[in-house]
Design a binder for this molecule. Structure first.
Ligand code: GLC
Length: 532
């Protein structure tokens, strides 16, 4: 069970309004109380912070904003001391434009690093080499190519123009990347999350995308990735590089690799990137983006993942991350519902996440029911968010963790880098720890159940027919069975159960309650049943 920490927003130890590594250390007892196995820390490396750390200017150092290398060593040992593991982000599709490699590369056409990035001459009319559109486009398509007046050439950037793409075809680039992995493996990390890993290699001919510039209407208006199939998403060279990465990591013992794989081709790329010998896990963005309160669709979604992966590879499930709106908002915005129902829906999503066959990822704050925070235009800091205005950007899901109801939600002594959500008054760790019916205690119990019942971790998952608002599945390992019933609708539903069982956890029924025959499910009710 993974827990993603966005370090800027988890806990500020030194009181500058930005979270840091020492802050994470302060809160490790909380994560171990919650029952987390693996802590994933998003980028804390040296960075000009144009993309808040996903633009790295030194792969082998900690940004002073977050602390020092010795703080990091302390973090690793404190995590291990508590029996947990740590993985960190590795961003190897691109660097920051302030990285010394790029500074050198752009200085001339013939310096030793001139070929470390992707440089191309303009077309005869001076325009960019092809029609590729940046994934960070915003409302308008923006070229993936940025003109450099010094080299009189364009360089490629899949994301922001401050994030030039590395040239993986240059062997020196590759060795520098492996060298940086080595650095962190030797410091004791248990694995990596590979950012934008399906994009490493680009079409050697740099052909135009088939359908030209296209912008997605949903979510963040990024460029449509599926039109880049074979241009830079999931190219065979990238799969071979992933196999090398895997072999390299394996030489350090038991390490885990999580790939951020483009979701626009559906599950196909996930499987390609996670068959044995490649990454261990593809972070399931597809599931995260498609999850809704439509039981039929969600069943289809999960069943597809499950049958498609089968025994071939191991799936994962995700409700939210630092690039998406908070799960509660995505499920309930625009609905006319009470706070009580909202809480039930958060628990419904949690039950689904933590009882399916696949590794679950929890995004910080999800376990207390954090919601998107309204951010006025002048407080928006994400450059992509500014381009999206008045549509919500990514800042809304990156606001400070709500530890208590005090000033700045107990996150920091000073004004935080992003505003705190006003609902910290009741959505916060301190008060939810005391409330047996809180979302937090519900998560904690589910995590405990997953540890205690092997069928929830390893069992098969078989979906059963049920009324249209209900999701009903059985997790099973030999004789051990758990039944999950989830009412995704706002009306009472009835399911006929032939098994005899006892409630393990539920939103309406008490643990231990006997179950058999007709089971009545209240609106948005979740029940997990141990079959006896
Ligand atoms: C990934 C990260 C995102 C970042 C982008 C560029 O998609 O999750 O936050 O902006 O890569 O590194």
């Amino acid at each position: 069970m993974f827990y993603q920490i966005y370090p800027r927003s988890f806990k500020d130890h030194n009181g500058d309004g930005v979270g840091d590594l020492r802050g994470i250390i302060e809160k490790l007892d909380y994560l171990s109380w919650l029952g987390i196995d693996v802590v994933w820390v998003s980028p804390f490396f040296k960075s000009p912070m144009e993309d808040f750390g996903y633009d790295i200017s030194d792969y082998k150092d900690v940004d002073p904003l977050f602390g020092t290398l010795s703080d990091f060593d302390k973090l690793v040992s404190e995590i291990h001391r508590r029996g947990m593991k740590i993985i960190i982000d590795q961003v190897y599709n691109h660097t920051s434009d302030k990285h010394p490699w790029f500074v050198e590369s752009r200085s001339s056409r013939n310096n030793p690093k001139s070929d470390w990035y992707i440089w191309k001459d303009p077309k005869p009319d001076g325009s960019p080499p092809n029609n590729w559109v940046s994934l960070f486009s915003g409302g308008e398509p923006r070229s993936m190519w940025e003109w450099d007046d010094n080299r009189k050439q364009y360089y490629l950037h899949l994301f922001g123009k401050e994030q030039p793409d590395l040239n993986w075809r240059n062997p020196n680039v590759k060795s520098a990347i492996f060298d940086s992995m080595k650095f962190w493996l030797e410091r004791g990390v248990d694995g990596f999350r590979f950012d934008a890993a399906s994009h490493y290699y680009k079409d050697p001919l740099f052909r135009d995308a088939l359908k030209g510039p296209q912008i997605k209407e949903n979510l963040f208006h990024s460029a449509r990735d599926e039109y880049y199939w074979d241009r830079f998403s999931g190219r065979p060279e990238t799969l071979l590089a992933v196999e090398e990465i895997k072999r390299f990591m394996d030489s350090y013992g038991e390490k885990v690799s999580v790939g951020e794989i483009s979701a626009d081709m559906g599950l196909c790329l996930y499987l390609l990137f996670t068959i044995p010998g490649r990454f261990d896990i593809a972070f399931n963005i597809d599931f995260m983006e498609k999850l809704s309160l439509n039981a039929k669709k969600v069943r289809e979604l999960s069943e597809n993942v499950d049958t498609f992966f089968g025994e071939r590879a191991w799936p994962s499930y995700v409700l939210g991350n630092h690039d998406n709106y908070r799960i509660i908002n995505r499920l309930t915005d625009g609905m006319n519902i009470s706070e009580y129902e909202k809480k039930l829906i958060a628990k419904l999503a949690a039950t689904l996440l933590l009882t399916m066959r696949g590794t679950p990822f929890i995004y910080y704050g999800e376990e207390i029911g954090m919601e998107d925070t309204d951010i006025p235009y002048d407080k928006i800091v994400d450059p992509w968010g500014k381009a999206l205005w008045p549509k919500k950007g990514r800042d809304v899901c990156r606001t400070p963790m709500q530890w208590n109801n005090k000033e700045n939600a107990g996150f920091s002594e000073s004004a935080p880098w992003l505003p705190v959500n006003l609902n910290k008054a009741y959505v916060n760790v301190e008060s939810e720890m005391k409330d047996p019916n809180s979302i937090l205690n519900f998560y904690r119990s589910l995590l405990k159940l997953r540890k205690e019942h092997v069928e929830l971790r390893r069992g098969t998952m078989k979906f059963q027919n049920a009324p249209s608002d209900i999701i009903f599945y059985i997790r099973k390992v030999s004789e051990k069975q758990v039944v999950v019933l989830l009412n995704f609708g706002s009306t009472v539903q009835c399911v006929d159960l032939t098994i005899y069982g006892k409630v393990l956890i539920g939103t309406h029924k008490n643990a231990g309650e006997k179950i058999h025959g007709a089971v009545r499910l209240a609106p948005f009710e979740s029940i997990v049943i141990k079959v006896s």
